[in-house]
Structures are given as structure tokens and as C-alpha cells.
Design a protein around this ligand. Sequence first.
Ligand SMILES: [Zn+2]
Length: 168
Amino acid sequence: MSENLHTRALQLVAKARVEGLADSERDWLAAHLQDCDFCNEHAQQTDRALRALRTAAISVPAGLASRTQFRVRLRAMELSEREPQRRMLWLACAASWIVGIASAPYVWRMFMARRTHRHAQARLANWIRSLVDHSRAVRGQRPASGERAADRRAGLDEARQLTLSRKA
Ligand SMILES: [Zn+2]
């Protein structure tokens, strides 16, 4: 069999799954796949890969998605009676939450799979700690760390000296 025939067959295998085939193309491909083990195996592998992609379920804590959807719908109904203008804005926010919640475990899994666990966990823990420190520092609850407290004290002393020298 000529190389061109196999190339055409593999192109049609792909085309069938993207845009569909004309009747003549479908007949020709079916006949080729019956005779050619190589192309037949390729077609089956493509189907298996696509099926695996489609069924790669993203696990969400049980009931969370449906509870969230229920609350969103309830709130949307409330708003549509009182404030129809704000309804669309609210729905858009809700949609982004749902996508965020649904994708979080998936993103997490990808993140963990990409790096060695201990390294990733240490980096993530450091990052979270720095966020917490930062938000505390912003709210002025307490200094982010001993070092920063010392920095701040040094800064205050400097400012005090500046104002003193200006007054003098
Ligand atoms: Zn072939």
C-alpha cells in the first residue's frame, strides 16, 4: 500500500473527530481501516485518548457544586425581582466563583504533580506565611517579624532625628 494512502487515512481519522467527514470520505476510511492494522490501531488510540480526556473528572467536594449552584440561583431570583440591573453583574461574579472553586483541586493536583512534594510544600508554606505576614503588617496588627520591627524602629529613630534637626 502506498504511503500516501496511510497519510490520507490518518488525516481523515483526525478530521472525523474535529469537523466530521463527507460520506465518500467516511466510506473510504472505513474500507482502509478494515485492511490496515496500523491505521486502525491509530484510530483506536485516538478514540481512547479523547475518551480519557473527556472523563478526566475534576473532583469537587461532594455536594459543594450543587449547593453553590442552588444558592446562586436563589440569589439571582431574589435580585431579578428587586434589582434587575445588578443581576447580570452578580451572575458574572457567581460564575467566576464556581469556576474558581471547581478548578482549585485540579490546579492543586497539577501543582503538586509538577514538583517534588516536599520542595513544593515548603515553597507554598513560605508563600502563604509571607502573605499572612504582609496582611498583618498592612493592618498594623503587629510587626511582620523581629527583623522588620527593628527596621521600623530604626526608621522611626531616623524620622525623629530629622524632625529634631529641622526644629533646631
Ligand atoms: Zn493505513
